[in-house]
Write a protein that binds this ligand. Structure first.
Ligand code: 4FV
Length: 327
């Protein structure tokens, strides 16, 4: 097989997937040109010969380079907007799109075929996916398939992926991908939830968004990734902003007190109560104990642990009164 020369390979599979006599694929030795969905900034409409070295992260490591393997790069328009779009423009994040269809060389640019053994729908062929991934992969790449059979995505996994040097997110379509992709190409498989999508693109966008906002500098201080839901294993406490009263509904006094320790205590307790009410599955024994302790125990504990002589004058009475359980 001479290099680059089109070779027609008609495979006669053992059990013809119906309809019969469909030539399986033509694989050219090396992909000649790759049409990239005009990635962020420098790639607009430009055909880019991928052999040229992919843009390397700038001095400070802005976190993972992300390559999305997808038949529909245009679906990722939303990632060109808002916070993620700005992050890419500012070079805090590199997102590129690789289309498996660019790794086919048959006239029909075939990326899917009938399932062996029959059955509904089509299956994504292994060759275009392997070639697409191999065109951007390096030894440190995490090759992740979006699929309902993957580990269910959560904030911890987002934080984990944010530390990786290179993510390759494969977006399946149709009934899924040929099993040899799972067996010989993937390093990981992630699901965004127990439901079935038409394609992995929306799942990949969810993951890119959740990972990108954890990268240095992506969220301005106004959008801090501070103590938000799931960041401390708890759902977020209620948030309020002006006006202090809306349609007769006041903002909780505590928040207007300016007493930061008080406000922090109130928020912690709110987060505990909201989580216990809405996501009891997130309540660890420690969180349940903290929820049960309405602060009196903590005071008792503090009183118990404070050596008597150190007792501040005012608390002596307090200690006294405390020791007498209020009947
Ligand atoms: C999915 C999910 C998902 C399955 C068949 C694409 C579809 C089609 N991906 N989390 N849930 N993928 O439903 O990540 O190929």
């Amino acid at each position: 097989m001479k290099d680059g020369q089109q070779v027609d390979v008609t495979e006669q599979p053992a059990v013809e997937p119906s309809p019969p006599s469909r030539c399986a694929a033509q694989i050219s030795a090396s992909p000649t040109s790759l049409s990239l969905y005009a990635g962020e900034g420098e790639q607009d409409g430009a055909e880019q010969d991928r052999e040229a070295s992919p843009p390397r992260p700038t001095t400070h490591d802005p976190g993972p380079r992300i390559d999305v393997v997808t038949l529909f790069p245009e679906m990722f328009e939303p990632l060109r907007q808002s916070i993620i779009g700005r992050a890419v423009e500012q070079g805090q994040l590199v997102i590129r799109y690789v289309n498996p269809r660019d790794f086919t060389s048959d006239r029909h640019r075939t990326v899917d075929d009938y399932p062996y053994g029959g059955g509904p729908g089509m299956v994504m062929k292994p060759e275009p996916l392997f070639l697409a991934v191999e065109s951007v992969a390096d030894p440190e790449s995490s090759v992740i398939l979006m699929s309902p059979a993957g580990r269910v995505f959560n904030q911890q996994i987002a934080a984990e992926l944010a530390t990786r040097p290179h993510l390759i997110l494969i977006c399946g379509h149709y009934e899924g991908v040929d099993e040899r992709v799972r067996e010989h190409l993937l390093t990981d498989e992630i699901s965004i939830g127990d439901y079935v999508l038409t394609g992995g693109e929306l799942a990949a966008m969810v993951i890119v968004d959740a990972v990108a906002r954890l990268l240095p500098g992506v969220l301005g201080h106004a959008e801090s990734a501070g103590d938000e839901s799931h960041s401390h294993g708890l759902l977020e406490y209620p948030q309020y902003t002006r006006p202090p009263e809306f349609r007769g509904w006041p903002v909780p006094e505590r928040l207007l007190s300016g007493h930061h320790a008080e406000i922090a205590r109130w928020r912690r307790r709110q987060a505990l109560e909201v989580t216990a009410a809405r996501r009891p599955d997130l309540m660890t024994p420690a969180l349940l104990a903290e929820l049960a302790d309405d602060g009196t125990k903590k005071k008792k504990r503090r009183a118990r642990t404070r050596p008597p002589e150190a007792a501040a004058p005012d608390s002596v009475e307090a200690a006294a009164s405390e020791s007498t359980p209020d009947v």
